[in-house]
Each structure stands twice: as structure tokens, then as C-alpha cells.
Write a protein of this length. Structure first.
Lengths: 110, 114
């Protein structure tokens, strides 16, 4: 399984963009990069995933480095509801075994 | 609406008891998971099942076993509960399609072993 490195915590101001980094230098060519988040007192929820190209959905954008050794989750305008622990997870295409690292705890200040 | 249902929200058991935690999903997902979550240790995978009767150990399988006799049901068994198994247990199910693995989690079971 590919190892990931994320900052333990980050802070943001409400309505400002947030860039959450993840290093996954041991990722294999067939691993998709997934991001999940866990809101307080809830189970994790899927945010976004990608392989090589940058991806956008209604929740966030995912920017993947050209060498795929790192990625950045972008929240375009942070809200108080975005305060959560964010997990970056490389996942083998034919697998599905989700293993969560320590993640980044994001706090959002009003 | 997508549903993963765990049989209990709160459970108190005695040391040495055999404990069953049940999880049912209604989405016809191939994959099911059992995790435990403890403060400071994050979310740790106990067991993963990718099909009926198929399972893989996660990072912390010791003291646990699992059963998946039907696609929709995944059971976690504590053969002889111990106080260090006091934790929040989370079940999840997911599909894997074109590289996307979207998992859905149950509401969790807070198990206390006394």
C-alpha cells in the first residue's frame, strides 16, 4: 500500500480558499487518489478522486502533480461546515481496500 | 437513500463475553469493511470483505473475526471481549467502478467492555 504524508492540522478563514496537500511518493501507476473527509461525530464521506488529470465536482477540486507523487485538495470557499479531518488515500484500481492515514484536521475560523 | 445500518448505537459487554456487531447494507455493494476509531489513533481497518465468504485482514485483526455469509451482511465478532476493545466501531460498504471507490458508513457502535 502506498504511504501518504499530510500535515496534521491546517487553519483557514471562512470564505477563503483552502489547499490541502498530500504526498504519496510511493504511489503505483494504477492507484487512484481518493479524498475523504470526516465531519465531527460522523463517519467519513467521499469527496473526490482522480488518476492523472485535475478533477472538479460540487464539493471540491483535485489537483494532481504531473509525476503523481503529490496531490492537493482545493476547497474554493471554505465554510464552517467544512471543518473536518481530510484523508488522502491512494487506492488500487482493481482493489477497494480503503485504509485511512492520520489525515489533516482542518479548522475554519469565522 | 443509501443505507448502511449497524445493529446497535451503544453496547456494554463484560470481559470475556463473545460479542457480535452486525452491519447490513442495501446497496448491493461488493466491498464491506469494519473499522475502529480511537482518539489519537485515527480510523484503523480491522477486516475487509470483497465478496461473500471472502475476507482480508486489515491493520489490526487480532482479537477479531468476521463473517460474510450474505452479500448484504457483514458481522464482526469479538471472541472474548477485553477492555482494550472498548472503542467506536464503524462499518462501511463501497462499490468500485472505473477507479472510483465511494464508501458509505454506518452510524457507528460505541462498545464499552467492562
Amino acid at each position: 500500500d502506498a504511504k501518504t504524508t499530510q500535515p496534521n492540522s491546517m487553519e483557514s478563514n471562512e470564505e477563503e480558499p483552502v489547499h490541502l496537500p498530500c504526498n504519496h511518493s510511493t504511489i503505483s501507476g494504477t492507484d487512484y487518489i481518493h479524498w475523504y473527509r470526516q465531519l465531527p461525530s460522523q463517519g467519513p464521506e467521499y469527496v473526490i478522486h482522480g488518476l492523472t488529470s485535475n478533477v472538479n465536482n460540487r464539493m471540491a477540486s483535485l489537483a494532481i502533480a504531473e509525476d503523481r507523487k503529490s496531490s492537493t485538495l482545493i476547497l474554493h470557499r471554505a465554510t464552517l461546515r467544512d471543518a473536518a479531518v481530510y484523508y488522502c488515500i491512494p487506492l488500487y484500481n482493481q482493489g477497494g481496500k480503503l485504509i485511512f492515514g492520520q489525515g489533516t484536521e482542518l479548522s475554519v475560523k469565522p | 437513500d443509501v443505507k448502511v445500518t449497524q445493529s446497535s448505537r451503544y453496547l456494554v459487554k463484560r470481559t470475556g463475553e463473545k460479542v457480535f456487531l452486525e452491519c447490513v447494507q442495501d446497496m448491493d455493494h461488493e466491498n464491506m469493511f469494519w473499522y475502529r476509531q480511537d482518539p489519537g489513533l485515527g480510523l484503523r481497518l480491522i477486516y475487509f470483505s470483497y465478496d461473500v465468504k471472502m475476507k482480508e485482514k486489515g491493520d489490526i485483526p487480532e482479537g477479531y473475526s468476521v463473517s460474510r455469509e450474505k452479500k448484504e451482511r457483514f458481522s464482526l465478532i469479538l471472541e472474548s471481549a477485553s477492555t482494550n476493545q472498548t472503542s467506536m466501531y464503524l462499518c462501511a460498504s463501497s462499490f468500485m467502478r472505473r477507479g472510483q471507490a465511494e464508501a458509505f458508513f454506518g452510524q457507528g457502535t460505541r462498545l464499552t467492555v467492562v
